[in-house]
Structures are given as C-alpha cells and as structure tokens.
Design a binder for this molecule. Structure first.
Ligand code: ADP
Length: 187
C-alpha cells in the first residue's frame, strides 16, 4: 500500500528492515543502546561492530536514549547510511503514558531524520515485539503520528517506508492507515 501525503510517499510493505535501501533505517532500541533481540539484534548483526561502538560513545556522552526520544549512528555494513535508534515504551497496560511515548518515538525519529536532511527512511513496528504493545493500537498511533508529521512538513522526505515483519502486522498497519486517511484524506 502506498499513498502521497503532502509530497512524501508513505509506503507499507512486508519485509526485513535490515535489507532496506533507504538512507536511514529506524531501530527499536532500548534506553541503554545495548543491542537486544528482534529488530535491534538484526540491525547490529547485519551492520557490524561500528554501530555498537557509536552506541557506546553516545551512552558515555549522554547516558543512552530516553523512552520516546531518538539518536543517530552510521549504518556500518548496512545498505542504509544511518541508523536512527529510538526507544518505544514497554507496555504496562496502557495507563502509564504508553500511547504518547510511542507517538513521541515516531515523532522524534522523523524530526531527527528531517533535521539531518535524510530523504528516505524505513521504520519497523516499534514496541510491538518484546515490549508487548498491542499491535492494532500501535499501528493506529504510528499511522496517525506519521501522517500528522508529513502533513505539517510538506515534502520533508521523498519516502517514508514501514517495513512490517509478518502479514498480520502489515494488515494492522494497512487498516490503521485506511482509517487515518478516511478521517483526513491525503492531498
Ligand atoms: P520492541 O522491543 O520495541 O518491541 P522488537 O524488535 O522486539 O521491538 O519487535 C518490534 C517488531 O519488529 C515486531 O513486530 C517484530 O515482529 C518485528 N521485527 C523483528 N525483526 C524484524 C526485522 N528484521 N525487520 C522488521 N521487523 C522485525
């Protein structure tokens, strides 16, 4: 599925985030930038030790990355030149600010990419693996936040891609994007 929002192509597809030929891919990281399972593990193993070395430097300089924020490193051996590491919230039932923190993780990543002049960007589904955020709810937040950001910053990017690992997650994102566009059609 793809749609143009204020001059940026927004694409949803099934695939592996580490294989994407975009300028930056987004990592579902943890606050210590330690590398972990899921997306994080896949990025560090495909990208090689340069990414972990830069994460270590960021950890030493600023103590890591708070939930809802984002930092950037190079992409090592990846096709992507940069990795934007963002930290989504761990799901604790939904009453501990999880929705806003997840929106903030997407917004911070988009803002950091835009500030760096990055023109193409790929996201995974943040927080919906080890962090257990319910996927339908997360997809709604991801799509609404991204649509709002793109609408507010015309032609900020050439392309923003969501690379979803399974058909079920892709379907949840497609449904969420459909709903977001129904309430405010893309230009
Ligand atoms: P978090 O810790 O933020 O929950 P995870 O990496 O555990 O992050 O999972 C986030 C989502 O990414 C899940 O839907 C998971 O299935 C998916 N995922 C895992 N590996 C990859 C990959 N290589 N590319 C894209 N998505 C992936």
């Amino acid at each position: 599925m793809e749609v143009n929002i204020a001059g940026t192509l927004l694409k949803l597809l099934q695939g592996n985030i580490v294989e994407q030929d975009v300028e930056a891919i987004v990592n579902a990281a943890n606050t210590g930038l330690w590398g972990g399972s899921g997306v994080d593990g896949a990025i560090h193993s495909a990208g090689g030790p340069a990414i972990a070395a830069e994460c270590r430097r960021i950890r030493e300089e600023q103590g890591g990355c708070p939930v809802g924020r984002a930092v950037i490193t190079s992409g090592g051996f990846l096709k992507a030149r940069y990795v934007i590491h963002t930290v989504g919230p761990i799901w604790h039932g939904g009453r501990q600010g999880e929705d806003e923190l997840l929106a903030s993780a997407y917004r911070s990543s988009l803002q950091l990419a835009k500030d760096r002049g990055i023109k193409s960007l790929a996201f995974p589904s943040i927080s919906t693996g080890a962090y257990r955020f319910p996927v339908e709810r997360a997809a709604g937040i991801a799509m609404a936040t991204t649509k709002d950001f793109l609408a507010a910053h015309p032609a900020a990017f050439k392309e923003v891609r969501f690379v979803l690992f399974t058909p079920a997650v892709l379907a949840a994102f497609e449904q969420a994007l459909g709903k977001v566009l129904e309430s405010a059609p893309a230009s």
